[in-house]
Design a protein around this ligand. Structure first.
Ligand code: ATP
Ligand SMILES: O=c1ccn([C@@H]2O[C@H](COP(=O)(O)O)[C@@H](O)[C@H]2O)c(=O)[nH]1
Ligand code: MG
Length: 222
């Protein structure tokens, strides 16, 4: 059925396909969320090793959000043996960014499956294209963007000591990821900054201190 839809979508003008996908994503998300409340999304951004995953776990525990890590969803896709797995694996090892349609489809499915009305999306959008396609397909603006600001030396030190068996935690890939962060991801943060939507946290401090600052933001939000 989905294959048939994809085949017929190729024959339609692009704006019409985009409108159709947007409508369907929005309906899917609204039909599947709990209690009929509007879905709230917070983007959690920062360089590799800035502590996004660590702080997202704390946010889940204290504030009842569902944590969606785009990187984790992509790694799960590799491990599921999906047809895109090899391509995603290669991109991650090169520290590059996976095409938007793949990541957004995984996020969309996870939001629907989550059935909650509050999500923290960790490590996405990673570039301007991610941001624009997410806005047009999912059609939800983030409440705000949490930005973990950390020095490159500290991020590199943390990643080299992470020891979780990740294929991208080696010095060659780490350096590439840091470069991609500066060139492609920082402009996304600057875009949201220009809209007054960024809450910046000093993430170089020890994790419990960082969480105190995170807590202050989420407590005010509730
Ligand atoms: N504030 C901190 N001080 C020292 N170490 C930290 C801090 N926060 C996290 N760490 C450690 O640094 C490593 C990277 O943290 P984490 O996985 O949360 O980063 P991340 O931003 O999610 O990275 P990535 O983008 O690679 O997924 C982990 O080993 C974690 O335990
Ligand atoms: O939106 C995204 C998120 C991640 N990637 C790729 O995955 C790795 C690891 O991501 P983490 O957030 O550090 O877990 C990242 O370097 C990218 O290669 C992506 O392409 N798009
Ligand atoms: Mg992470």
């Amino acid at each position: 059925m989905r294959g048939g839809l994809v085949a017929s979508a190729r024959l339609l003008p692009r704006p019409l396909v985009r409108w159709f996908l947007q409508r369907r994503a929005q309906q899917d998300i609204n039909e599947n969320m709990s209690g009929g409340k509007k879905v709230k999304i917070i983007f959690v951004l920062g360089g590799p090793g800035s502590g996004k995953g660590t702080q997202c776990s704390n946010i889940v525990e204290h504030f009842g959000f569902i944590h969606l890590s785009a990187g984790e969803l992509l790694r799960a896709e590799i491990n599921s043996g999906s047809e895109n797995g090899t391509m995603i694996d290669t991109i991650i090892k090169e520290g590059k960014i996976v095409p938007s349609e793949i990541t957004i489809k995984l996020l969309q499915e996870a939001i629907i499956k989550g059935g909650n009305d509050k999500y923290i999306i960790d490590g996405f959008p990673r570039n301007e294209e991610n941001r624009v396609v997410f806005e047009s397909v999912i059609n939800i603006s983030p409440e705000f963007v949490l930005f973990f600001d950390c020095s490159e030396e500290e991020m590199e030190r943390r990643l080299l000591g992470r020891n979780q068996g990740r294929s991208d935690d080696n010095i060659e890939t780490i350096r590439k990821r840091l470069k991609v962060f500066v060139e492609s991801s920082l402009p996304v943060i600057e875009y949201y900054e220009s809209k007054g939507m960024v809450k910046k946290i000093d993430a170089t401090k020890p994790a419990p201190e960082v969480f105190e600052d995170v807590k202050a933001i989420f407590t005010h939000m509730a």
